[in-house]
Design a protein around this ligand. Sequence first.
Ligand SMILES: Nc1ncnc2c1ncn2[C@@H]1O[C@H](COP(=O)(O)OP(=O)(O)OP(=O)(O)O)[C@@H](O)[C@H]1O
Length: 248
Amino acid sequence: MSNDPVVRTVNLVKIYQNGGVPVPAVRGIDLSVEPGSFTAITGPSGSGKSTLVHMLGGLDPRTSGEIWMSGKRVDTLSESAWALLRRERIGLVFQFFNLIGNMTVADNVELPALLAGATPREARERREYLLGELGLADRADDSPTRLAGGEQQRVALARALANRPSLLLADEPTGNLDSRNTRDVLRLLSQVHKDGQTIIMVTHDARVASLADRLVTLLDGQIVDDGSIPAPRRRPLGRAGDVIELHG
Ligand SMILES: Nc1ncnc2c1ncn2[C@@H]1O[C@H](COP(=O)(O)OP(=O)(O)OP(=O)(O)O)[C@@H](O)[C@H]1O
């Protein structure tokens, strides 16, 4: 396996134009993310968190700077090459879940695994595991359009993990969830991290961030703090049945 960082950015910059007025959203970020690490990105509203992870997912072009993935430069890729890279290597959980309404929940989750070359049986077993962990086993045959927002959010996470991506990029993956569903999502993230999944996750919630082993804080589009989280500060995950209040 390559020792290259899963993601490396060099002086990454994003300047939006708002009616001709430049809005600098990301101002020179150098970030290196090692295989198997779990990085939480935090910072106040407007600090550039979403812009950064959108660029890392190829959903928003950079203004300048470089993005490398596993030793390969990717910021210069075409849109279709980015689409292929996402299909093969990157799992995305963003605010717009983009689930396919005329397919069942099960098919939505299995599709990325099938596209990545899994057998139908492997795809089904992976889907059963992921939906089971997220408390959604009984929704497998429903259309996503019949699900509540928080359920769709969890299906999107299952779909993002279906093909065991090299990188999971998540923007507020617990944003719409109550404490029980938050706990299920965090337990699954913790489990896949233990299994070697590399994760970059934007979150406002310090308790959610404390699951990660590294906390990167942005302010005005720049990294102002970057530290590993010592193990004792990581919160233990409860088992089913425990009551863990993560919000409020
Ligand atoms: N499409 C856009 N056009 C113009 N400006 C934008 C656009 N998207 C974001 N911005 C601006 O870029 C800056 C960074 O926004 P971004 O959404 O990345 O911050 P954030 O840290 O994710 O905020 P939040 O926590 O509220 O989601 C803000 O000033 C925002 O107004």
